[in-house]
Design a protein around this ligand. Structure first.
Ligand SMILES: CC(C)(COP(=O)(O)OP(=O)(O)OC[C@H]1O[C@@H](n2cnc3c(N)ncnc32)[C@H](O)[C@@H]1OP(=O)(O)O)[C@@H](O)C(=O)NCCC(=O)NCCS
Length: 169
């Protein structure tokens, strides 16, 4: 039997399990411009924050992921720690689809999404600007951490806060 055409297979979204931790770490490394944290950090995210994280699967390969958690002091705010899409799957709306899924599907619903982004990361900035546009939600951008807050040569991190999202009837 001929295997299904790779391009014709839908990329499936699901919440991660701890067994995804190693593959998420490998995907973060493959993404190129993300900080690569320890494998432990990704195992912990997949374990402790699975309800607010997503992985995108193309067959048995991870094509993308969003690692996010509810702000402890404001649980309706979803803080997106890292979002990444494999180079082979970029420009096809996958990151937007994952963010939309989290905004529309997790319960209790989130009112805001926050992410911090380097000033040089235009694709990521546009990703969150586009999220605000799709939901017709306000977007606030401000400097969150300057470069000198970091002990290494890390860039500054600017806050992108989207919301509140309109409540559905
Ligand atoms: C940023 C990233 C997640 C986008 O993933 P993607 O699946 O290609 O993005 P999408 O196709 O869903 O695009 C959604 C929006 O993002 C913006 N965008 C995506 N790629 C872009 C690019 N190369 N240049 C400019 N804007 C871009 C666009 O506004 C786009 O909306 P549009 O198609 O309606 O114009 C991906 O490029 C990536 O993994 N980069 C490396 C990791 C990273 O920097 N993550 C963010 C920091 S945490």
């Amino acid at each position: 039997m001929t295997p299904p055409d790779r391009a014709a297979r839908p990329v499936a979204l699901r919440h991660p399990t701890p067994s995804d931790g190693a593959a998420v770490w490998a995907l973060v490394k493959a993404c190129g411009s993300l900080d690569v944290n320890t494998p432990y950090a990704y195992l912990m995210a997949c374990h402790n924050f699975a309800d607010t994280c997503l992985v995108a699967e193309d067959g048995t390969d991870l094509a993308g992921m969003v690692l996010a958690y509810r702000q402890p002091s404001a649980p309706s705010t979803l803080f997106v720690w890292q979002v990444g899409v494999a180079p082979s799957h970029r420009g096809q709306g996958l990151a937007a689809r994952m963010l939309d899924h989290l905004v529309t599907r997790i319960t209790p619903a989130v009112s805001h999404v926050e992410a911090t982004i380097n000033p040089s990361n235009v694709p990521s900035q546009n990703l969150f600007r586009a999220l605000a546009c799709r939901f017709d939600a306000p977007l606030t951008e401000y400097t969150w951490l300057s470069a000198d807050a970091f002990p290494d040569s890390h860039e500054a991190e600017d806050m992108f806060r989207v919301g509140p999202f309109q409540k559905k009837d």
